[in-house]
Design a protein around this ligand. Structure first.
Ligand code: SF4
Ligand code: SF4
Length: 475
């Protein structure tokens, strides 16, 4: 099956229950933001620009658990900020699992290996040795890490940890292959760490997922390559969504990067162009969601926004109307359902009820619409069932070519691909990994000859980085 039977059945059962009760509006996925602190500053991220990122401003554990109970969504996506910075993340994950819900921990991947090492220390016994040896052999933990795990003390063994279960997914943010991803997250090495974390998670038996946002500059071929590579790592599930032009991210883009938002974010027309092969991707890769939403992204039909089905809860309360826009915060989920005039939002028959919704096709507004039957067409339910309960696509075989494509070289900077590529081009280079290899060879040769770099020599990665930074901030 494409996804574990128990999980798909739980979600289907939730929808059927509310349909039978004729509940007008109900939650399918809770987007829980226990904090907005993050170790990265991704271009296009609305959260770290709209809310306080102070560690003082976090939602207490009890309130997080209450929010899940209150809206009763079968699935909780713990996001943020970076949720692995939340001081009680282990208690939060375990608390929500104990409520019988599916948990997605949406992370940038940088602290995942640390959390999995805590897990290994908590369960260490000689039976764990083969796993430790495999992790060591694959370079996913170091010798000192292995020693720390082996010598775990009473405190480490008693620690609450995040354990593998079919009800929990690590959901790693991956916006492209190495070059693109590291540009968007504005830090080098993040893609490599994400891949290492996913590989370690798979060895230890965790469920893994990835989430990808597509921007105007995203190359569709690269997205396919990314899915192929992730499939070769046997990632269990993917979400993919067009980006949304957050007000806060737009302002930041103009002020900090000197960029125009229209150069970065997608219009509906562009989204449909980028996602025209969405159904084919979904046939080949384990993409989460409904067939109907995939048809909507591919431009084959319209849907009406159901933002209330994926509510967001954070330090200020229940955020309305949706994950993306903030017109207010409410104390309770039911209160928000009652008080918000939902008719003011979304796009109906091609006409935006609110200008801010005009270009929005994001999954948190429209994926539930595909499951809930807004704009229902005969056969939709069957299509969705067939998709979600259907056969799981086979993983792509791992190959050196696929890896080479994924680790495609230097990545520097400020998150804007066009100027970055232009700067590389100016330097007579492309973004492919071969260039990195070229620099290394050039530098080795220069060093061997004791030669000093001249203006005609190949530029060093540092020089290219500087060129790209200048380029990215000045246009
Ligand atoms: S990792 Fe997530 S929360 Fe952090 S800056 Fe990037 S998009 Fe925002
Ligand atoms: S259309 Fe998009 S931006 Fe508008 S309310 Fe729905 S999810 Fe939010």
């Amino acid at each position: 099956m494409r996804f574990p039977l128990a999980l798909s059945a739980k979600i289907a059962g939730h929808i059927i229950k509310h349909k039978l009760r004729k509940t007008p509006k109900f939650a399918m996925v809770l987007q829980l933001e226990p904090l907005h602190t993050c170790n990265l500053t991704c271009t296009g991220c609305g959260r770290i620009r709209e809310y306080s990122t102070s560690l003082k401003d976090i939602v207490p554990l009890e309130k997080c658990l209450q929010a899940a109970t209150e809206c009763d969504a079968p699935m909780v996506s713990i996001c943020g900020g970076e949720p692995l910075i939340y001081p009680k993340i282990e208690e939060l994950v375990n608390g929500i699992l104990a409520q019988g819900r599916i948990v997605y921990v949406c992370t940038n991947g940088m602290f995942m290996r640390k959390k999995m090492k805590d897990y290994l220390a908590a369960i260490y016994s000689p039976q764990v040795e083969p796993k430790l040896k495999q992790l060591l052999a694959e370079g996913l933990i170091s010798d000192p890490d292995a020693e720390t795990i082996r010598k775990s003390d009473e405190a480490a063994r008693k620690k609450t940890v995040i354990r593998p279960t079919k009800w929990m997914y690590w959901n790693v943010h991956v916006d492209g292959l190495e070059f693109t991803h590291d540009l968007i997250v504005e830090r080098e090495g993040v893609f490599k760490e994400c891949v290492a974390a996913i590989r370690m998670a798979k060895i230890l038996g965790y469920q893994t997922a990835t989430n990808t946002t597509v921007y105007k500059e995203t190359d569709v071929q690269e997205i396919e390559d990314m899915f192929r590579f992730l499939s070769s790592l046997e990632v269990d599930a993917h979400t993919i969504s067009p980006g949304y032009e957050y007000d806060a991210a737009k302002k930041d883009m103009i002020k900090r990067l000197g960029k125009q938002p229209e150069d970065f974010f997608l219009t509906r027309k562009m989204t449909r162009e980028k996602f025209k092969d969405m159904e084919k991707w979904a046939d080949r890769f384990t993409i989460i969601g409904t067939r109907v939403y995939q048809e909507f992204l591919a431009g084959k039909r319209e849907l009406t926004c159901t933002a209330w089905a994926i509510p967001t809860y954070n330090i200020k309360g229940w955020k309305a109307p949706c994950y993306l826009m903030t017109d207010g915060h409410y104390n309770g989920y039911q209160e928000m359902l009652r008080e918000v005039n939902w008719e003011k939002y979304g796009v109906v028959n091609g006409v935006a009820r609110d200008p801010r919704c005009e270009n929005c096709m994001v999954h948190c507004g429209y994926d539930p619409s595909g499951a809930l039957g807004t704009n229902y067409q005969p056969g939709d339910n069957w299509k969705n069932l067939k998709y979600n309960f259907g056969a799981r696509p086979r993983p792509y075989p791992a190959s050196p070519q696929l890896s080479q494509r994924a680790f495609n070289g230097v990545s520097i900077g400020k998150g804007h691909l066009a100027p970055a590529r232009a700067a590389l081009k100016t330097a007579g280079l492309t973004q492919e990994g071969a260039d990195t290899e070229f620099y290394v060879q050039q530098m080795k040769t220069s060093a061997a000859k004791g030669a000093r770099a001249t203006q005609t020599a190949a530029p060093t990665p540092k020089a290219v980085a500087a060129a790209i930074r200048r380029s990215a901030t000045s246009c």
